[in-house]
Each structure stands twice: as C-alpha cells, then as structure tokens.
Ligand binder design. Structure first.
Ligand SMILES: [Zn+2]
Length: 77
C-alpha cells in the first residue's frame, strides 16, 4: 500500500484489528522507507443486488451469474 507521506510502496503491517461486527479490518502499517505509520481499512466488496426470479423467489446476483456460466460450459461438451 502506498505511503501517504512519501509515496513508497513497501510497508509492513504492525497491527490488525477487526471491528466488532467483523465487517471492517483496520491495519496499522509502517512505511519501510520513511518509517512513518498510517492506517488502512479493509472491507468486503459486497454485492447487495438481488434478482427476482419468475416464481417470485429472490436470488443473489452472484449466484445467478455463476449458474449461467455453468450452463454455458455444459453447452460446449
Ligand atoms: Zn513513507
């Protein structure tokens, strides 16, 4: 991760802490070039988009896309 002070790309993680909900991880990093510390936040890139199918049931977009890929693969065999 790029250092906000000097722009150097090398750093080491000195501390990792998960939030109470487990959704965000906070990392204390130390720049290998200038030695200054900064914090990075990591969170899951969630896909909240839901697809409503013909029978009224809801399915996560992610799963739907996966099953479509499976169908395509079967078609080639
Ligand atoms: Zn630095």
């Amino acid at each position: 991760m790029k250092c906000p002070y000097c722009g150097h790309l090398g750093d080491k993680v000195v501390d990792s802490r998960e939030s109470r909900e487990g959704e965000v991880i906070r990392r204390r990093r130390e720049c290998l070039e200038c030695g200054r510390r900064f914090t990075s936040y990591e969170r899951i890139d969630e896909i909240p988009y839901m697809v409503v199918k013909k029978d009224g049931s809801r399915e996560r977009f992610e799963r739907l896309r996966f099953s479509r890929i499976e169908q395509e693969a079967t078609g080639f065999s």
